[in-house]
Design a protein. Structure first.
Length: 127
């Protein structure tokens, strides 16, 4: 049986990002913002599943369901990243940062921003 690294798949994250961006959204609004071919019924099913998992909340507006985020973006991203750090990097944030620095094309501005953030954290990293 497959053991996913995170509890959310790619389409779920894509839809969550759109709801976070919009604040309040119907499945139609989210579907219209997705830049790839995906069935409207898939969007509605994924949004219902995200609500069942506690990531989205909804209310009815006549026959339409209007969704909002039940958990803030920073909280979800932090939780997912913690899971990835634990499962993929053996709990080492340092290894994650080193891997990102080696395998991502960071602009000089992005490198400076990372250095600034690390400095603000007092240079603390987990091993």
């Amino acid at each position: 049986m497959r053991n996913p690294i995170t509890p959310l798949g790619g389409t779920e994250m894509e839809i969550l990002r759109e709801v976070w961006a919009l604040g309040r959204a119907t499945a139609r609004e989210v579907h219209d913002r997705i830049d790839r071919e995906v069935a409207y019924t898939t969007v509605t099913t994924v949004m219902k599943n995200l609500a069942d998992k506690g990531y989205l909340a909804f209310e009815r507006d006549g026959a339409t369901f209007v969704y909002t985020a039940a958990r803030p973006a920073d909280e979800v991203r932090g939780s997912l990243l913690s899971t990835i750090v634990e499962k993929v990097f053996g709990g080492s944030a340092r290894t994650l940062i080193q891997t990102l620095a080696r395998h991502e094309s960071l602009t000089p501005d992005e490198q400076a921003e990372v250095e600034r953030l690390l400095y603000q954290l007092g240079g603390e990293t987990d091993d």
